[in-house]
Design a protein. Sequence first.
Length: 590
Amino acid sequence: MPQHPSALRLPHGLDRDTWERAARRLLTKMLAEFAYERIIRPREEGDGGYSLPVDSRLTLRFHARRGAYGHWTIAPESVTPPLDPIDFVARAHGGLLGLSPDTTGHLIRELTATLAADARLDATALTAAELAELGYAELEGHQTGHPWLVANKGRLGFSASDAADWSPEARTPRRLPWIAVHRSLAVYRGSGPLADPSRLYADELGAATRGRFDAVLRGRGLDPGDHLLLPVHPWQWEETVAPLFAAEIARGAIVPLETDDDVRLPQQSVRTFLNVGRPERHTVKLPLSILNTLVWRGLPTERTLAAPAVTGWVHSLRDEDPFLRDECRVILLGEVASVTVPHPVYDGLPRVPYQYRELLGCIWREPLTPRLDPGERARTLAALLHTDPAGRSFTAELVERSGLDPAVWLRHLFEALLPPLLHFLYRYGTVFSPHGENAIVVFDDGDVPVRLAVKDFVDDVNVSALRLPEHATMPADVRKVLLTEEPAFLPQFIHSGLFVGVFRFLVPLCEEQLGVPQHRFWTLVREEVRRYHRRFPELKERFETFDLLTPRVERLCLNRNRLHADGYRDRAERPHAAVHGTVPNPLHGP
């Protein structure tokens, strides 16, 4: 009898109305962010109106408000005539946008994947009130992605089924399979009590699961003591590990095991999983060879090896500093253990594309839940930018629940975020990249911000190239792996990560829904910086060395990287944000 093909899987949320709503938002975002980065230059026509010639037959018109750092807030309903964002790129790529043909092709694919993810989010969206009841892990699956990058959910390499199974918006708890890797291939690093991998495995797996894994190895005549264990993303196993480590699998140096007994949810980064079955266990960060938000999402060998040492140094700064430890009570979610599996060939080729030096490994990060006090709850900073289908912002919901005046609530937010970040900058010449995903706001039981948690040290910690006395305790392996920047550039990470990357999007929401005008918002931010300066007058010289209040700051551009600087070409090193001119600093002057 003839065999009927199995039913095709229709991506969720792909109906006309949902797609058109998502497309309208994406086009509006594209116009705003491209205008911010000076990729396009709309012409002002008075009364907040602007025009943009796209090609010889089409001119877009819209209304916009301008904000600090050169931000554009465009009303989606004002954009005429209606235009699909893919059609916009197709019309504008060679002229207005100045894209190469290959960049155009890949960009359209990324934009289409992003739109499909946005449509899925729209089809399953909750109200702001419902979101406020969710836990930290569950809330992640409702976020809409990077507010600045236009193609923020491209995930090149994922199929539609992969996205349906493994994307954050799928909100599907999954068990991860583990593998055993012979110690001749794999390297373990752990800090503190996790210096011995057996302690990590006892905590993370339990005796029964560890017994099953050991039985698999013994059944193949292998000694479990000769192997290191780590979870692996099933997609990475199928697409990358099995084909590129085939020789090692053939000779038994890499052995697939079963899944463990824990269920995990992917965070916004896609490759990082929170343990929702046993939240006291570590978060795991796995390499995933997909191209998403500018870079391949692997785990660089050198940084994976150094992760626990970097954590140890950063923790020591906090633990020995009463201001950070006792007053700020900042939570630093350390990357406390890692297994690194360098590729036998690729890792010996220094100029090979960097994606091939990030193929296999795991980082275990401290979990957030056990570090919260009773009654506290945590949400990523990015969540404050979320708006529900009715247009209500998550921030407005939290402010209403707190019962505080909006300006008072914002002051609490800035008091929670800024002092620890400023102290690391001025006292230790060290900055995190406090963007919306890595900075986590901790709230009390009244939804008032009270303190800060930070994650992703190895990828996002930078130190001053000017050596400070406080750097004397930095171990050599930490110094080797941490990125360094000139002192004048170090404050740029706070500007770009927090002020440009989060606050410039938060300001319009506060104006529209909280009645806090932008000049009042930035005055509150500046007052918090000045309050820190008064608190530590002995650091006056550092305030000048790491000057956060300069008249202008460099305009870092993320979309320009994809469109003009790097495109989609393979590189030997990870790309960095492009710089295009400067913008006025809203913190400068009264």
